[in-house]
Ligand binder design. Structure first.
Ligand code: ZN
Length: 362
C-alpha cells in the first residue's frame, strides 16, 4: 500500500494517515500475550476502514527512516543496537539488559519504519501538503532515551521527527510543542530536549507511588518508568528552562474532567504564549477507559476534546504518533474520534460527566 488514495475535494482538510502492516513483524517471541502486540495497529486500521474513515484521508505506507535523522537524537551505539538486533542470535539475552523491552527478527525493520512514518508525516504537514496527520506506528517511542531502548520503545519516533523538522531549515519550523498524553511519562523525549527552548515538552502522566515488598524489604516505587524525572519540578535547564512541563497525576482513576481541566488551566494558556509552528502529539491511549496498564478512564470524546483544543494553534498543523494504548477497543475508538477532529474540526460539546478529582487541583 504505497499509493495515496482519498478525496481531493479542495475545501476538505487534507489529513494524512500512515499505516503499514510490516510494523506487525515486531512481537514478543517469549510472550504471545504481551500488551505491546501487533493487534494494536491492526485493530485501529480495521476500525478506521470499517467506518469508511480511511477513504476521507490520504493514506500512505511507511518508509524506513534515514539513519542520519535517528543519529540526531540517539547515540551511535543505540542506532547500531537496533539496526543489528534482529540478526543477533543473542537478542533475547540482550533484551534482558533493558527495562521492559523485547526483540525478535522483525524488530529492526519495524523500528526503522515507525520512525520513518512519523518523519514523513511531519515533513508533509510542515510543507503544507497535508493539514495534519496521524501515524499509526509501533513500536512506540517516547520512553526510548538517547542511549537505550526502554518501556516497549526502541527509537524515539516523535523526537526523531521533531529534530528533523528543526534541522531542515527550509521548512521554516522554529518552535515545536510536543503534547504527550500517554499515561506514562515520556522520559526519553524530556531528556532529549531538556535544554532546548525550541521544543516545549508537555506531559501529563501518572506519577503516583506505591509500596511493595521485595526480598523481605519494603520498597517504594513510582508508576512506570519510576524515579523523579516525571516530577513537576523538572522544568528544563539552561536555555530550555521553563520549556519542560510535567503534570504528574498523584493517583489513577483520572478521566475527561481531569484532563480537560489541565488543558484549560495549563496547556492552552502556555500554548497561546509559546505559539508553536507545529504540534507533535505523543498519542498514547493507555489512559483510556479499560486499559490494562493505565488505570485511568478517558473516553474517546475526552481525547477528541483534548485534540480539538489544540487545533487553534499552528494553523492546525498537528502530527500525531501512536505511543501506548493496550485496550484494543478503547484505543481504536479513541483514534477514530481523533481522526474525526482532524478531518472536520467541528465544535465539541465541552460538558463532561464528572468534576476533576481533588488531587488534580493540587
Ligand atoms: Zn504508555
Amino acid at each position: 500500500m504505497n499509493t495515496i488514495q482519498g478525496s481531493s475535494t479542495e475545501q476538505r482538510r487534507r489529513v494524512g494517515l500512515v499505516y503499514d502492516e510490516r510494523m506487525c513483524k515486531h512481537y514478543d517471541p517469549c510472550d504471545e500475550n504481551h500488551e505491546e502486540c501487533p493487534g494494536r495497529i491492526l485493530s485501529i486500521w480495521n476500525k478506521l476502514t470499517s467506518t469508511g474513515l480511511t477513504k476521507r484521508c490520504l493514506v500512505f505506507g511507511a518508509k524506513e527512516v534515514d539513519e542520519k535523522y535517528i543519529s540526531a537524537v540517539h547515540t551511535n551505539d543505540h542506532v547500531d543496537l537496533i539496526k543489528t538486533i534482529s540478526s543477533n542470535s543473542e537478542r533475547n539475552d540482550e533484551a534482558r539488559g533493558y527495562s521492559s523491552v523485547y526483540f525478535n527478527d522483525g524488530s529492526s525493520e519495524s523500528a526503522y519504519l515507525a520512525a520513518g512514518s512519523v518523519v514523513e508525516a511531519a515533513e508533509k504537514v510542515a510543507k503544507g501538503e497535508l493539514n495534519s496527520a496521524f501515524a499509526i506506528v509501533r513500536p512506540p517511542g517516547h520512553q526510548a532515551e538517547d542511549c537505550k531502548p526502554m518501556g516497549f520503545c526502541l527509537f524515539n519516533n516523535v523526537a526523531i521527527a521533531t529534530s528533523f523538522l528543526l534541522n531542515q531549515k527550509e521548512l521554516g519550523i522554529n518552535k515545536i510543542l510536543i503534547v504527550d498524553w500517554d499515561v506514562h511519562h515520556g522520559n526519553g523525549t524530556q531528556k532529549m530536549f531538556y535544554d532546548d527552548p525550541r521544543v516545549l515538552y508537555f506531559s501529563v502522566h501518572r506519577h503516583d507511588s506505591f509500596v511493595f515488598v521485595l526480598n523481605g524489604k519494603v520498597r517504594h516505587e513510582r508508576f512506570y518508568p519510576g524515579g523523579d524525572n516525571g516530577s513537576h519540578i523538572m522544568t528544563g535547564s539552561g536555555q530550555g528552562l521553563g520549556y519542560n512541563i510535567n503534570v504528574p497525576w498523584l493517583n489513577g482513576g483520572c478521566g475527561d474532567a481531569d484532563y480537560i481541566t489541565v488543558w484549560n488551566h495549563i496547556l492552552i494558556p502556555v500554548a497561546r504564549e509559546f505559539k508553536p509552528d507545529v504540534i507533535m502529539v505523543s498519542a498514547g491511549f493507555d489512559a483510556a477507559m479499560g486499559d490494562p496498564l493505565g488505570g485511568c478512564c478517558v473516553t474517546p470524546k475526552g481525547y477528541a476534546l483534548m485534540l480539538q483544543k489544540l487545533m487553534e494553534f499552528s494553523s492546525g498543523k498537528i502530527v500525531m504518533a501512536l505511543e501506548g494504548g493496550y485496550n484494543l477497543e478503547s484505543t481504536s475508538n479513541s483514534v477514530h474520534a481523533c481522526m474525526e477532529v482532524l478531518l472536520d474540526n467541528k465544535p465539541i460539546d465541552e460538558s463532561v460527566k464528572d468534576d476533576p478529582l481533588n488531587s488534580t487541583w493540587e
